[in-house]
Design a protein around this ligand. Structure first.
Ligand code: GLY
Length: 261
């Protein structure tokens, strides 16, 4: 059995019509995006993930960004209600993919929340109050996770789409952060590695157990991480980045339930 399950979804033929909030629209090479996504899935497999891919659809340009559709904890999966109305249709297929793995809960209107705003580190859940995530969403999530023993911490974020555009975990004790997008004092008790000043969008990294997958587009910050001893697999995600996406956005990674769980 693989150590992790990774839910992914293919790149839509309509990817170039994705939602954009903080970026100007520039041409996206969709064929190259498909190749980059395949290489990303191979990196996941090489690090012990069983990749369960959902087919892309023409009518959901952003469907490759499965992270925004759900948050998967050890105990449950919680379906999001994405803040961008055209993205809400992405959730159903992700729910079907999660059904064999976890009991399913759902945020309900008027909640809005993108999974990209939710950073889970051990029993702490940090939620970015971004343009995609509202207070009813934060309150509903708090009520769902409190009985499971998670503490929810709303945090402010600015100048980027999601919390995880500003900060992601390198391990249980250390965060990779751009402090001009998310203030470090909101994450008490953590150590920090700051992105290189020349790479403001470099705070997004995926954990696969002790391993990390990271964009090859941030060589200065990558060098910092390697100097600190982190084992990092670099992948080219240039076309994903043009769609305001990053490496965490393209998967939902979790441990499979084992008999007795
Ligand atoms: N294109 C990613 C998003 O705006 O949701």
């Amino acid at each position: 059995m693989s150590t992790f399950v990774a839910i992914t979804r293919g790149v839509s033929p309509a990817f170039a019509s994705c939602e954009l909030t903080h970026l100007e629209r520039i041409p996206i090479d969709v064929t190259l995006a498909v190749e980059q996504h395949a290489a990303y899935e191979r990196a996941l497999e090489s690090l012990g993930c069983q990749v369960e891919g959902i087919p892309a659809t023409q009518d959901l340009p952003d469907c490759v960004f499965v992270e925004d559709a759900a948050v998967v904890l050890d105990e449950v999966a919680i379906l999001m209600r994405p803040g961008a109305e055209p993205r809400r249709g992405e959730v159903q297929a992700v729910a079907r993919a999660l059904l064999p793995h976890r009991p399913i809960l759902s945020l309900e209107p008027p909640a809005t929340m993108d999974g990209g705003d939710v950073m889970v580190v051990d029993r702490a859940i940090f939620v970015g109050a971004s343009s995609r995530t509202n207070l009813p969403g934060i309150e509903q999530l708090r009520q769902m996770v409190a009985p499971l023993g998670y503490a929810l911490h709303p945090v402010s974020v600015s100048g980027c789409l999601h919390l995880k555009s500003a900060v992601t975990a390198l391990d249980e004790a250390t965060l990779l952060i751009n402090p001009s997008r998310a203030r470090a004092d909101q994450f008490r008790g953590f150590a920090f590695i700051e992105v290189d000043e020349a790479e403001p969008t470099a705070a997004n990294i995926v954990r696969v157990g002790p391993h990390l997958i990271y964009s090859a587009g941030f060589p200065r910050t990558l060098g910092k991480l390697q100097e600190r001893g982190y084992e990092v697999t670099a992948v080219d995600v240039s076309e994903i980045a043009k769609a305001e996406g990053a490496v965490t956005c393209c998967s939902l990674i979790f441990r499979p339930l084992t008999p007795g769980d």
